[in-house]
Design a protein around this ligand. Structure first.
Ligand SMILES: [Zn+2]
Length: 359
């Protein structure tokens, strides 16, 4: 699976998945909690030590954080409650440091004392992601009631095996979370890879009906190939199926990025006149939508009489413009050229949008 391979560093990155999450807000809250407890209890040395550990972690000084927890755990006057809490924070330190086994062992101490609390399940989910055990991560997220994440990691687990059962996991992901963009995208990519065009149309139509207008553009992306260049080449979609794709999109409520994708698809199949109509349709929806203007300009270019120097300069500019990052996070504005399902910057899920405006 291309997007999963991309994450693992094979070939050209296409679609990235969340970087393993570390949450500064969580670390500072943990430090503030400790300091507040120090003010209200008689165990201030332990609370202050713990807060200091959390501040070190917040600053990325994991060695110091771990050393402080170890010193606290050696204290003879440690209450069982405090001990459990220090093990939990120690587990988080190890987890942030990528020391998976030590993190597991520290969390096991915490579980012995406190049972399976939600915060622990969240950490275990994260740890499973870091260790590449996506099936376990999916189970943890499912138990936390986080269906989009549970579905996401099932699809990633499918990508690890490359076996016939992968499709089963992808369907299971869809049962957990019907609009799961990862699962629809993967099913589509599967039909494209195996050139099962009738099936591709079915998946596309079903996917579009549930995925929602914000993310529907993702489903047209597998019809392009970005492997060899920043500028997409088109996959060999037989003409009659291309017509059917156009029919399916025509039946959808007006959607800027979908319309633009159809225009690109038609141009790539050398149906310039129709491509022009679709890009103009996009501009009617939003006159500021620069990718449509760029397409129109590129299509009009061969008809222009230009001097060699002018043509050279213009081609240079157009080439640069085509390299502008295509996607943006609706939450934090991060721009990327690869599809992402969890924003690598703000960690929002499914916040990707097709970039509409030049700032
Ligand atoms: Zn973001």
């Amino acid at each position: 699976m291309r997007w999963i391979k991309a994450l693992l560093g094979f070939g050209k990155p296409q679609q990235t998945l969340p970087a393993v999450v570390s949450n500064p807000a969580q670390d500072s809250l943990a430090a503030i909690d400790d300091l507040s407890r120090a003010l209200s209890t008689g165990h201030s040395a332990v609370e202050i030590g713990s807060a200091l550990g959390n501040i070190h972690r917040l600053r990325g000084e994991l060695d110091q954080a771990i050393r402080i927890r170890a010193a606290l755990l050696r204290r003879s006057d440690l209450e069982p409650q405090d001990q459990a809490r220090i093990y939990f924070e120690l587990g988080r330190d190890y987890s942030r440091a990528g020391l998976i086994d030590r993190a597991r062992s520290a969390f096991a101490h915490y579980r012995d004392a406190k049972g399976d609390e939600q915060a622990l399940t969240e950490e275990m989910a994260l740890l499973s992601v870091k260790s590449g055990d996506f099936l376990a991560a999916s189970r943890y997220y499912h138990s936390l009631g986080m269906a989009p994440q549970a579905a996401h990691y099932l699809v990633r687990a499918a990508g690890q095996n490359n076996t016939p059962s992968d499709q089963g996991l992808i369907l299971e992901a869809r049962e957990l979370y019907p609009p799961s963009p990862e699962s629809w995208l993967e099913s589509l990519a599967h039909t494209v890879r195996h050139q099962k065009w009738s099936e591709m149309l079915k998946v596309l139509e079903q996917g579009l009906s549930v995925i929602g207008p914000d993310l529907s553009f993702l489903l047209l992306d597998p019809l392009f190939d970005y492997d060899t260049s920043e500028i997409p080449t088109v996959i060999a979609l037989p003409k009659e199926y291309l017509d059917k794709v156009v029919d399916i999109i025509e039946k959808q409520p007006p959607n800027l990025s979908l319309i633009h994708y159809v225009g690109c698809l038609l141009r790539a199949h050398e149906r310039k006149e129709e491509a022009t109509t679709w890009q103009e349709k996009a501009l009617l929806l939003n006159a500021e939508f620069w990718p449509a203007r760029l397409e129109l300009l590129i299509m009009a270019l061969p008809e222009q009489n230009m001097t060699t120097v002018f043509a050279f300069q213009l081609n240079f500019l157009l080439h640069r413009a085509q390299k502008v990052k295509r996607f943006v996070c609706r939450q934090c504005g991060l721009k990327r050229n690869q599809i992402f399902f969890c924003c690598p910057k703000c960690l929002a899920w499914h916040s990707i949008a097709f970039r509409q405006l030049f700032e």
